[in-house]
Write a protein that binds this ligand. Structure first.
Ligand code: ATP
Length: 444
């Protein structure tokens, strides 16, 4: 029996960087091509594959790559027998007995998907031996599924036009992974799935556990810093971060450097994942505990989450309106501020370039330059945007930004206000005036 799945999008985290991946993959799938998501373990390939399949709105069949997978596991096999016995006694003195034994054929997942137009997710397909996957060659190119010869059954099945295939794989240097056939790779479009960015990882932790934003960010940064220093490139830090977050939440372990429980948990989860000797890994971890400024305990009390969020909001406002030069921005808090901006970008459905801050200096420069720049009063910017939208009858964020020569941050802040005041609406990424003739910019 083949089980068909229906995915639940409930826990999927969709940040701008993931949206971009999704958009690319969907384009290829909609044009009929198979998509191959390739990347280190734990970067979210399987989750993304299921999400994509879900967006295609067809039932899903999932196959997991394995050294033992044979062609018959994909297409089907003869399973058991059916027996037919006819006893003919029409003429009472004659008995004719016909006994027929037939092998019964059972479709496997690929056959079912090809016949019914389902979406096939083949997870870690290169863990199967290359010859086991040969049957896919004609499916992807000629759109024909070839079945083993049989007297009572078609040998070729024309692939349903709605059939789609999504593959995932780990790099070849991974243990238990075979080199995929070039012919198969040539029939699909390969997207490299990188380690999710810090913002995405933080969001995933918050969605999948009950952890606070500040603690999630702390864990993600700690894991990231540990991986950087131990050069653990083969796996993503996401799974370790998820483990830390889940256990901290389940057992009320405070995410703080001087908390012994937290320290031991980090050792247990992280040390075995590093290629360093135990003692060296331990030393790296201890240095990180001591060094990382975001471990300031007072900031990570539960009530400080709001403060941090407020700070992020303030930073966004400061950077567009009046900057308070006396504020000191630490790396971690600015990280949050930038994430907050990113968050807004998400709300506005725009493509923000990834905002990365490596050093406090860089951020201080931004703050200082904003501080020095005499900012146009907000009201003038709002009016400017309203006049522009009146003339153009609607425009995209990039167009407004370029035509009015506003910075992205200024523009987002202004649009946010106009949307909140219901003067502007946004549909399909186009910003329009709610009532083009009536709206007047506020003058208070
Ligand atoms: N966008 C996302 N939304 C929610 N959870 C996610 C997302 N991406 C990844 N995850 C979570 O991260 C973990 C790792 O993801 P996943 O198993 O998809 O990675 P993978 O790249 O397929 O790993 P592997 O190569 O080891 O199979 C899972 O617990 C998954 O639920």
């Amino acid at each position: 029996m083949t089980t068909v799945l229906h995915a639940s999008p409930y826990q999927f985290v969709d940040t701008p960087s993931i949206q971009r991946l999704v958009l690319r993959a969907l384009r290829y799938l909609r044009s009929g091509y198979a998509v191959h998501l390739r990347g280190p373990a734990g970067t979210g390939k399987t989750t993304l594959a299921i999400h994509l399949a879900n967006l295609l709105a067809r039932p899903i069949v999932v196959v997991f790559g394995d050294d033992e997978v044979k062609s018959s596991d994909l297409v089907g096999t003869q399973s058991g027998f059916t027996r037919k016995k006819v006893v003919d006694n029409f003429i009472h003195s004659v008995i004719k007995v016909e006994d027929e034994l037939q092998q019964a054929w059972v479709d496997a997942r690929l056959t079912l998907a090809c016949k019914e137009g389902l979406t096939l997710v083949y997870d870690e397909f290169n863990r199967s031996r290359p010859e086991g996957n040969n049957v896919l060659l004609s499916v992807l190119e000629e759109k024909l599924l070839v079945l083993p010869p049989h007297r009572h059954r078609q040998e070729y099945i024309r692939v349903h036009p709605e059939f789609r295939a999504i593959f995932t794989s780990n790099p070849e240097e991974y243990c238990g992974v075979h080199a995929a056939q070039n012919a198969l790779l040539d029939r699909m479009i390969t997207i490299n799935v990188p380690e999710p960015d810090v913002f995405t990882q933080t969001e995933i932790l918050m969605r999948k556990t009950a952890i606070s934003q500040a603690d999630a960010a702390t864990i993600v940064q700690l894991v990231g810093a540990f991986r950087d220093q131990t050069q653990a490139e083969k796996t993503s830090g996401l799974r370790s971060a998820l483990m830390l977050a889940t256990i901290c939440c389940d057992h009320h372990i405070r995410v703080a450097p001087n908390n012994e429980d937290f320290q031991e948990l980090c050792q247990d989860v992280l040390l075995s994942r590093s290629s360093l000797m135990m003692d060296d890994g331990m030393q790296v971890l201890q240095t990180l505990f001591a060094q990382l400024e975001f471990y300031d305990e007072s900031r990570y009390q539960p009530e400080s989450v709001n403060t941090l969020q407020q700070f992020a909001d303030n930073f966004t406002n400061c950077s567009t309106r009046n900057v308070n030069p006396s504020e000191t921005y630490s790396v971690s808090s600015v990280f949050y501020s930038l994430n907050s901006i990113n968050n807004q970008a998400n709300e506005f459905e725009i493509d923000l370039e990834t905002l990365e801050v490596e050093e406090t200096k860089q951020v201080e420069n931004t703050v200082k330059s904003n501080e020095l720049k005499s900012l146009e009063p907000q009201i003038a910017i709002d009016r400017h945007i309203i006049n522009y939208l009146q003339e153009t009858e609607g425009a995209r964020l990039l167009e407004i930004e370029q035509d009015l020569e506003l910075s992205r941050i200024e523009l987002i802040a202004a649009l946010k206000t106009l949307l909140r005041e219901k003067k502007v609406i946004q549909h399909d990424r186009i910003y329009k005036l709610v009532e083009p003739k009536l709206v007047e910019p506020s003058i208070d």
